[in-house]
Design a protein around this ligand. Structure first.
Ligand SMILES: Cc1cc2nc3c(=O)[nH]c(=O)nc-3n(C[C@H](O)[C@H](O)[C@H](O)COP(=O)(O)O)c2cc1C
Length: 182
């Protein structure tokens, strides 16, 4: 698949088959994240990978009240939590770059996954406090996002359908609204 086809066909996946992601593909997905660019090459991202179905079901219950909207992660064969080590944060122009760095890295992983037919969904709705406590994260880590990864199920759950419709997932603004030439 060429790059424009890859980004055109990528979409958030919220219903999963239980089939596990083959180890070598998971390794490649993580490698795609490792190779990402970052401010001053500080590579602040840290990934926590869940592949045990029982642990994933438990994790889904620990995302806090706001995270309940993302309870569908319980059925994914893999969940990755994208964190950032704030000791590696770079601040330029009053902007903290750990978010940008980790987002680039995580998105590279999601696109790599999609190139293997594996879907994912970026999730921001979770309680960082509840999750950090459950995961016993170091104090200097922030949780940037989490995402389920897995093969998409054709049988979309009602939950998946509602969330996709709510997010208005297929819609994009026209280029003219976001680009100006000088
Ligand atoms: C920063 C960010 C946070 C998001 N948080 C959630 C979330 O908590 N739950 C969810 O179901 N989808 C979440 N999404 C997915 C968006 O709803 C989705 O990317 C958007 O509607 C576009 O749809 P598409 O990814 O299918 O193209 C998030 C996406 C991003 C980039």
């Amino acid at each position: 698949m060429n790059f424009i086809d890859l980004v055109t066909t990528r979409h958030s996946v919220r219903t999963f088959l239980p089939d596990p992601i083959p180890k070598e593909i998971l390794q490649e997905i993580l490698e795609a994240g490792r190779l990402a660019p970052s401010a001053q090459n500080r590579q602040p991202w840290r990934y926590i990978v869940f592949t045990d179905p029982a642990k994933i079901r438990e994790l889904a219950k620990k995302t806090g009240l706001i995270g309940l909207s993302n309870f569908f992660i319980k059925d994914a064969p893999c969940v990755i939590i994208a964190c950032a080590d704030m000791k590696k944060n770079v601040r330029i122009n009053r902007q903290d770059y750990y978010l940008v760095d980790t987002a680039i890295s995580f998105q590279q992983m999601m696109l790599c996954a999609h190139s293997h037919g594996i879907g994912s969904c970026w999730l921001a709705a979770f309680s960082e406090k509840a999750l950090a406590k459950y995961l016993q994260l170091p104090r200097n880590w922030r949780i940037v996002a989490l995402a389920p990864f897995g093969y998409e199920s054709e049988n979309k759950s009602m939950y998946g359908k509602v969330l996709s419709a709510f997010a208005g997932s297929a819609q994009r603004q026209p280029l003219e609204e976001m680009v100006s030439y000088r």
